[in-house]
Ligand binder design. Sequence first.
Ligand code: SF4
Length: 228
Amino acid sequence: MNKISIKVQDGCSQNCSYCIVRELRGKSQSYSYEAICKDIDFFIKELDCKVFDLCGVNTLEYYHDSVGNFVDLCRKLTDKYRDINFVIDNINPFNEKEVCELIDLVEITDNISKELFISIQSVSNDLLKVMHRPYTKESLYKIFTYAKTKGIIIKTEIIVGFPGETEEMFNETYAFLNQFKTNFTAHVYSNRPGTEAEKYTDIIPEKVILSRMNKYKELQKDIECLQN
Ligand code: SF4
């Protein structure tokens, strides 16, 4: 049986300059512990499902009075469903303390996947500011180093050619991925109508983007070789 995705949270209260989600889905809303268990019970009973993906638009924004934050939710679900395996969907590194608490929980819990997907988008502090992503390169170094010491595998995604991305900014992100040998997906920046970034004028030429994508492609190959 394939895994089933259980939505624990919807919407997003962040305001990344290139994203339209908040306009479309509103601020973060979380489902109660009882509602989440009801969904899980249904799929166990009807489909004998054994693997669940806990997902949301910005999963670490989860908070509900019935259980607490996302780490509390994961703790309670993995305790209740000992024979079920859980996978944690895409998370954002906005709250370093909570990400590290999640890493701690994943390390000691048998029925959670030891892989986490953390969207970083860039490592450059200057670019993160323009993206309105409220974390820093220093915080990312701490999180990735911490995960490594705990044996947790992190995968990530980045944006290539965000308006204003200089060669130095690109090199910072490249060096970070190379240092941690992190599996990553590189997305070429695409302009979304209605976003703040739509108005940014410092557009990166196509040939520069292609050259950066090629460098990332080579890096991905090297990282994959090391892991096989
Ligand atoms: S955290 Fe994700 S969903 Fe929320 S605004 Fe940023 S990119 Fe959009």
